[in-house]
Design a binder for this molecule. Sequence first.
Ligand SMILES: Nc1ncnc2c1ncn2[C@@H]1O[C@H](COP(=O)(O)OP(=O)(O)O)[C@@H](O)[C@H]1O
Ligand SMILES: [Mg+2]
Length: 211
Amino acid sequence: MANIVAILNPKGGAGKTTLALHLSRALKDDGSVLLVDTDPQGSARDWAEQGSGDSFPVVGVDRAGALKSTINQISDGYKWVVIDGAAKLEEITAHSVSIADLVIIPIQPSPLDLWACQSLVSQIKQRQIITDGIPTAAFQVSRAKKGTSLAKEVRAAVSEYELPLLDGTIHDRTIFAKALSDGFTSLDTDPNGVASLEIRHMAKQIIEGFK
Ligand SMILES: Nc1ncnc2c1ncn2[C@@H]1O[C@H](COP(=O)(O)OP(=O)(O)O)[C@@H](O)[C@H]1O
Ligand SMILES: [Mg+2]
């Protein structure tokens, strides 16, 4: 059975697709990866169509009710399935929560961004109660401006949700966007650069969590 990791945040522009593509590329060094694009905008599918990276398959699922059956049908043989979440708290987000083993919530370090996650966190907790703590879930600070530390109030808000925060920060770095626009990831264009190290640090924690 594949490990299903969903990158979810109802806020558009939270960095879900950027993180999902980079994480998928990093996980590919651990085992085979399938990326499932649930956003009707299809940004991950657009990226895959450029087809220039040392890549992994990207499939689109726009119909919420088809998510589980599609993943069941096509995930055979993959070690990792990464779900790139949709904007807004669409039905498909609820379905993603219901099939994920792990939910990563990328957040920019601002209280406003954290408050926007309230209903997602409730959905996750409801399922955790029903299915014995599954999915596990964690926040990942993403798109952080260089030099900004996690403000006190952000830490307070995170701790109120009683979900862990992954170690390390994904900073706002031009290379993330630039690599994707060229059809690659930063791990392809600058494998030893700081951006790639940030992504690998995140991937390592996820891989360890499934051991
Ligand atoms: N870590 C980052 N550094 C620089 N730009 C980023 C980063 N993460 C996301 N972006 C940019 O922010 C915008 C929204 O990111 P995206 O991944 O599409 O978010 P979402 O999928 O949550 O809507 C895009 O233009 C993307 O290039
Ligand atoms: Mg997106």
